[in-house]
Ligand binder design. Structure first.
Ligand code: PLP
Length: 455
C-alpha cells in the first residue's frame, strides 16, 4: 500500500466520515476528489473517474454546469439570504413552490421546504402527528415504513429507515414507527412463490400489521418507489396497487419518498408515475438542485393544510421551521435546474437511454458472481452471491461488494456497495450512450477481478 499523503493524514486526524468503517479508514485513508466536469471527477493525483452513482444518487446534471453556478452567483449578489419566518418571503421560494405544485404526482396545496432528504421525512413524521392531533385523533400516530427502506438519519427519519446499522446503538427506532416486509422477490419469496402470490402476501402482511396494531392507531405509510440504499429493490408488478388498496381501506396517509426517484431517475418525472402510485404527499431532495446546493421539500395536501390553519388559530403560530427553510440561493438554483430538465428534455433522455442501461445490466446476469440484476430507468444494481443456484450470499465479513467497488475505483469507476454485496449504478442523467458503455466496461473489469479474488 502506498504511504498516505499529508492531506490524507490530516483527514484521518480531523474528519468523521459518514457511513464509513472508521477503524479501516485509519489504515486506508480517504479518496480525495478535487474537481469534476460532466459525468467525471478527478482526484488529487489527477486520476479520472466516471461518477457512476451521481455522487449519492443526486448530481443529475453532472459537474461544472455554468448555468447553475451563475444562477447561484446571481441570487447571492441580489439577496444572499432571507428567511420565511414570521410571514417574510422572497421570489425564488414562491416561484419554486408554484413550479413544484405543478409537477408533483399528487394533489399539493402547499410546499414546505427544508435542506435535505432526512429533514423532508422528519417533517413528514411531524406533519402526520400534527394533523392527527389537530383532527382530534391523538391515538392515530403510527407510521409504517419497510425493512430495507432508507429515509434518512435524523431521530425520526432514521427510525423510518429499515436498515440495522442506522438503528444499532443509536437507540432507534423511536416509538410509533413500524417496519413491514421488503418487496424483494429474489430474496424473500417463499419456495415456488410467483410474483403475484408474493405481492398478495406483502399486502396481506401489511393488513395484518394494521389490524394487529389497531387501524385507529395507524397514520401513515412511507415508501421509496425503488428502494435505493436498501439495494436498489424494484417491487414486482402490482405491488403498489395491492398496498394502496390496504392503505385506502384503513385511511392511512401515503407518502412517496422521491428523494432518489424524483426528477427523472426512473424515466418519468417521479417514481410514483413509473409505478402508478397515488400518494397524498411526496418528499423531495437531491436532484431537486442536482446537488449544487442543499435543498429538500415536502408537499402538503389541502386537508392537512386546513388542519394546520386550525392549529395556528389555536396555538398562535406554526411552530416549525429551519433557518434555511426555502433558502433563496437553493431555491434559485432549483428553479434553474427544473428549467434545464424541461428545456433539455432530461426526463425523456433518461427514458430513451434506459433500454441501453438496462440491457448492459441484464448482460451481467451471465457473470458467475451475479445472482440478481435489478434496473429501471437510470438506476440499477447487481447482487453478488457465493452460489447462483442456491442464492447463498457471501459471508458479510468478506466484504465482497466492497472489494468489487474498490476494484471499480481502480478502473476509474465510482460506484457503491449497498445493503451488503449489491453494487449500484445511478449515473448523472446527462450521460451519453457511449459513456454508459464505458461505465459498464469498467464495472466488468472489476467483476472479473472480484471473481479472481474469490476463486
Ligand atoms: N430518502 C431517500 C430515499 C434517500 O435515498 C435518502 C438519502 O440517500 C434520504 C431520504 C435522506 O436524504 P439526506 O441524506 O439528504 O438526508
Amino acid at each position: 500500500m502506498s504511504p498516505l499523503s499529508n492531506l490524507a493524514v490530516r483527514d484521518i486526524e480531523t474528519v468523521i466520515h459518514p457511513y464509513t468503517n472508521l477503524a479501516t479508514h485509519r489504515e486506508t485513508g480517504p479518496l480525495i476528489l478535487e474537481r469534476g466536469k460532466g459525468i467525471r471527477v478527478w482526484d488529487t493525483d489527477g486520476k479520472e473517474y466516471i461518477e457512476g452513482l451521481a455522487g449519492l444518487w443526486c448530481t443529475s446534471l453532472g459537474y461544472g454546469n455554468e448555468e447553475l453556478v451563475e444562477a447561484a452567483a446571481e441570487q447571492m449578489r441580489t439577496l444572499s439570504y432571507t428567511h420565511l419566518f414570521g410571514s417574510k418571503s422572497h421570489d425564488p421560494a414562491i416561484e419554486l413552490a408554484e413550479k413544484l405544485k405543478e409537477i408533483v404526482p399528487c394533489e399539493a396545496s402547499k410546499v414546505l421546504f427544508c435542506s435535505s432528504g432526512s429533514e423532508a421525512n422528519d417533517q413528514q413524521v411531524k406533519l402526520t402527528w400534527y394533523y392527527n392531533n389537530a383532527r382530534g385523533r391523538p391515538e392515530k400516530k403510527k407510521i409504517i415504513s419497510r425493512i430495507k427502506g432508507y429515509h434518512g438519519v435524523t431521530v425520526a427519519s432514521g427510525s423510518l429507515t429499515g436498515l440495522p446499522p442506522v438503528h444499532m446503538d443509536f437507540d432507534l427506532p423511536i416509538k410509533n414507527i413500524l417496519h413491514t416486509e421488503c418487496p424483494h422477490h429474489y430474496r424473500f419469496a417463499e419456495d415456488g412463490e410467483t410474483e403475484a402470490e408474493f405481492v398478495a402476501r406483502m399486502a396481506r402482511s401489511l393488513e395484518e400489521m394494521i389490524q394487529r396494531e389497531g387501524p385507529e392507531t395507524v397514520a401513515a405509510f412511507i415508501a421509496e418507489p425503488i428502494m435505493g440504499a436498501g439495494g436498489v429493490i424494484i417491487p414486482p408488478e402490482g405491488y403498489y396497487q395491492a398496498i394502496q388498496a390496504v392503505l385506502e381501506k384503513y385511511d392511512v396517509r401515503f407518502i412517496s419518498d422521491e428523494v432518489i426517484c424524483g426528477f427523472g431517475r426512473t424515466g418519468s418525472m417521479f417514481g410514483a408515475e413509473t409505478f402508478g402510485m397515488k400518494p397524498h404527499s411526496v418528499s423531495m431532495a437531491k436532484a431537486i438542485t442536482s446537488a449544487y446546493v442543499p435543498l429538500g421539500a415536502v408537499t402538503v395536501e389541502e386537508d392537512l393544510y386546513q388542519a394546520m390553519l386550525d392549529e395556528s388559530r389555536k396555538i398562535g403560530t406554526f411552530g416549525h421551521g429551519y433557518t434555511y427553510t426555502g433558502h433563496p440561493v437553493a431555491a434559485a438554483v432549483s428553479l434553474k435546474v427544473l428549467e434545464i430538465y424541461e428545456r433539455d428534455g432530461i426526463v425523456e433522455r433518461a427514458a430513451t437511454l434506459s433500454p441501453v442501461f438496462e440491457k448492459r445490466f441484464e448482460a451481467l446476469a451471465a457473470h458467475p458472481l451475479v445472482g440478481d440484476v435489478r434496473a429501471r430507468g437510470m438506476i440499477g444494481a447487481i447482487e453478488l452471491v457465493a452460489d447462483k443456484t442456491t442464492k447463498a450470499p457471501f459471508d458479510p465479513k468478506a466484504g465482497i461488494g466492497g472489494y468489487c467497488v474498490a476494484r471499480a475505483q481502480d478502473h476509474g469507476l465510482i460506484s457503491r456497495a449497498v445493503a451488503g454485496d449489491s453494487v449500484a449504478l445511478c449515473p448523472p442523467l446527462i450521460i451519453e450512450e457511449s459513456e454508459v458503455h464505458e461505465m459498464f466496461d469498467r464495472l466488468e473489469k472489476a467483476l472479473d477481478d472480484t471473481e479472481a479474488h474469490v476463486a
